[in-house]
Design a protein around this ligand. Structure first.
Ligand SMILES: CC(C)(COP(=O)(O)OP(=O)(O)OC[C@H]1O[C@@H](n2cnc3c(N)ncnc32)[C@H](O)[C@@H]1OP(=O)(O)O)[C@@H](O)C(=O)NCCC(=O)NCCS
Length: 161
């Protein structure tokens, strides 16, 4: 079985990121503008298989690190590579790295939040989040934000320190 490596994405991986998102965003500039800060700050993790980027997780601290709150923004595994443990590995590595990041600033990670869909499409993600201890704290009605396909859920993980 080919080994999957998880690594922090940096500015050197800009082209891979651009390629992964070329169909999602309207232009290269838009992708660069959005993902630049994750790459510059070490807030993006990638999973690699045979030199190919097969999964991504991006996160960011919410305001000052002293608040202890981080947000997971983007999380996906390439369809053909799902259900092989890659997503779980990405999530666990990210939670670990977040804790290290907060420690570096003399703070502690207390909570991790994320928004995800309530529809069938996001069942896999919800199952994984719930397995790791994330809980739904609020439901956001269809169309209240950018969610025309259905309700969104705000999940929060309380991190044990
Ligand atoms: C969510 C996602 C990243 C998970 O990646 P993955 O590599 O397939 O996940 P794993 O193989 O590590 O699975 C971890 C656990 O998640 C759950 N899970 C994964 N796929 C599932 C599915 N299709 N149905 C139900 N549970 C599922 C299982 O509990 C699984 O553990 P198990 O295999 O021991 O039963 C992937 O399904 C994906 O990219 N989904 C589309 C994008 C998305 O919804 N992103 C989240 C947006 S917030």
């Amino acid at each position: 079985m080919t080994e999957v490596q998880i690594a922090v994405l940096t500015s050197q991986h800009r082209d891979c990121i651009l390629k992964s998102y070329e169909e999602v965003y309207s232009s290269k500039e838009e992708v660069q503008a959005f993902y630049g800060r994750f790459l510059e700050n070490g807030w993006a993790l990638g999973s690699w298989k045979n030199g190919e980027l097969v999964g991504i997780l991006t996160w960011a601290p919410r305001e000052a690190v002293t608040h202890g709150l981080a947000e997971i923004i983007d999380f996906w595994v390439k369809p053909g590579e799902r259900r092989k443990g890659i997503g779980a590995k990405l999530l666990d590595t990210a939670l670990n790295r977040m804790q290290q990041y907060y420690k570096r600033f003399g703070a502690a990670l207390r909570k991790v939040m994320l928004f995800t869909g309530a529809t069938e499409r996001y069942r896999a993600a919800r199952t994984l989040y719930e397995k790791r201890g994330f809980r739904v704290v609020v439901k956001i009605p269809r169309n209240a934000l950018d969610n025309p396909d259905g309700e969104e859920l705000l999940y929060v993980l309380r991190v044990r320190t």
